[in-house]
Design a protein around this ligand. Structure first.
Ligand SMILES: [Ca+2]
Length: 542
């Protein structure tokens, strides 16, 4: 790196002490239930668990991924399409409408109202140390301790101020990763000049923080370079252990730009295509090509990682998960009426994200088409799915209570969003659906999906506070918080007959089955909230 803003600094953070304590708690709980240690782990001793490569795309909805066949002008994504064709494509996956809150659901398996992350991470509304996360649990795998690393965009935490910089930047470590390299939040300046932070676990609670200079290499490619390097190094040092890699591309979040020409096939020669940031609204004709080129560049680099960087042997031992963190960006929708129904909204354009899973532990498709699942999925479900892929029983390995205490950040007040200490996990494993041929595998599937956006502060039409629930029959109930009245306004749609959500069924005389669906969904929302919903909207109204 040409400049270094952050000198290497060693921090002493008490994550390891916490891990030991949690593992002790889990073990005691298992013995308390009268089961053997072996049963309590849910381990299949003979099988080495797979590596898990979790790829997260930023601001890429189903409309941009070719294999989904939903967009009128998708990006060119042959490598993501190929992952789907090898494995399983989930048609009805809901994330939350923005980055941080979805990422928190994956890491914890819990809805945002439990973790307090309902919007873009802000102080007090970000991932707390008290949560139990995927990398923490995998790293203490009783049979094969996973190596854990995160690359690319973090953006699960907030915080600012020189005095706390090191602690803030160490957030990926506090969340359980032993290695991190990438940006703490979004790229501010350029994909060709981005702050490159490195965290390295040195053991005994010591973490080294370095880097921080502006890396001039193309971000999308560098993230893959760093991922590949870490995997190669890990496999050399710990050849018998699996790894869990959180590969969170900054792409295709703004700043919009023209990627290196070798990484995409989009013609960006028209001088009107400026790819200029910001305000991507109402200009899909000039930003759309850049956006699609950025997605294609990401796809190209995913292909390079899988086909060139990872050995065949490694690939065979790896489960690949590709998921979007929220819908496509506003302003690139071909239909301008949808411009405000994409990222940031709880309409389908904001929360229906791509999810494809293939590789180790996933039954091969056996045809040129992916096995497609229409079952409802929440991004929370990836939590239990990953644990079960690793041979772990979530019920046995997730502690029943949150941490009683957490490391405080000096100088930052972190208000408690909720006071519950019981860990409620909102995660349904997809493992049965990764097997079982073309027919739906056995196993529990969701009777509803849920998404939300909440935040403190006043009304903002760009980010409406809302919560939504849908059922497998296609009925979707939306509630929007009205600041003036402090009441919730409702809309009801039938996604099967009205996928664009144009006809609010509550505006007219409803058929009896619609009325029943409304009552059912209403009860469902109440049931979810009764398990601990803290009405952040009331905070928002303050
Ligand atoms: Ca995002």
């Amino acid at each position: 790196m040409r400049s270094t803003l952050i000198e290497p600094v060693s921090l002493r953070i008490q994550r390891h002490a916490r891990r030991r304590l949690l593992w002790l708690v889990a073990t005691i709980a298992a013995f308390g239930c009268g089961v053997t240690t072996e049963d309590s782990t849910g381990i299949k001793p003979a099988a080495r668990p797979p590596n898990i490569l979790l790829i997260i795309a930023d601001d890429v909805g189903v409309d941009q991924i070719g294999v989904y066949g939903e967009g009128t002008n998708p990006a060119t994504t042959p490598n993501i399409d190929a992952i789907a064709r090898r494995g399983v494509l989930f048609r009805n996956t809901w994330s939350n409408p923005v980055c941080s809150s979805t990422r928190a659901t994956i890491l914890t398996g819990r809805y945002g109202f439990r973790t307090g992350v309902g919007f873009v991470a802000r102080v007090g509304e970000d991932l707390k140390d008290r949560e139990h996360t995927l990398p923490e649990i995998l790293a203490r795998h009783p049979a094969n301790r996973y190596g854990t690393a995160a690359f690319g965009k973090w953006h699960l935490n907030a915080g600012h101020g020189i005095e706390i910089r090191e602690q803030v930047l160490a957030a990926p470590y506090r969340a359980g990763f032993s290695f991190f390299r990438g940006t703490y939040k979004n790229i501010n300046r350029s994909y060709f000049g981005w702050q490159d932070i490195i965290l390295q676990d040195r053991g005994n609670g010591q973490i080294e923080l370095s880097g921080g200079g502006f890396n001039p290499e193309y971000n999308t490619s560098e993230i893959v370079n760093h991922t590949a390097s870490w995997i190669h190094e890990f496999e050399k040092n710990r050849p018998d252990d699996p790894w869990f890699v959180w590969l969170a591309f900054n792409a295709a979040h703004q700043p919009f730009h023209k990627p290196p020409a070798t990484l995409h096939t989009v013609d960006l020669s028209d001088p009107s295509i400026t790819c200029k940031n910001p305000k991507p609204f109402r200009t899909p004709e000039t930003l759309g090509p850049c956006y699609r080129a950025m997605i294609e560049a990401m796809d190209t680099e995913i292909g390079r990682l899988l086909n060139d960087e990872l050995s065949k042997e490694t690939l065979e031992r790896t489960t690949i998960i590709f998921v979007g963190d929220n819908g496509s960006v506003k302003g690139v929708a071909p239909d301008s009426a949808k411009a405000f129904r994409q990222k940031g909204s709880t309409y389908e354009g904001g929360i229906n994200v791509p999810l494809v899973i293939a590789g180790a532990g996933v039954e091969a498709s056996g045809s040129q088409m992916p096995r497609e699942r229409s079952a409802l999925v929440n991004t929370t479900d990836l939590f239990s799915t990953v644990l079960e892929l690793a041979g772990l029983d979530p019920k046995a390995v997730v502690p029943s209570t949150l941490r009683a205490s957490r490391a405080e950040l000096k100088g930052v007040k972190l208000p408690s969003v909720q006071t519950q200490t019981e860990v409620v996990v909102d995660s349904v494993s997809l493992l049965p659906q990764l097997r079982g041929g073309q027919s739906l595998g056995n196993g529990a599937t969701r009777s509803f999906a849920y998404a939300e956006l909440f935040r403190s502060g006043g009304p903002d039409p760009m980010w409406p506070v809302s919560k939504v629930v849908r059922d497998p029959q296609g009925f979707k109930l939306m509630q929007f918080y009205q600041y003036e009245t402090q009441q919730w306004r409702e809309e009801l749609y039938n996604l099967n007959t009205d996928p664009n959500e144009t006809t609010n069924l509550l505006n007219s005389e409803t058929a009896s089955d619609t009325a029943r669906a409304y009552q059912r969904l209403h009860r469902q929302l109440n049931a979810i909230e009764s398990t601990g919903w803290r009405p952040r909207a009331s905070a928002a109204a303050q």
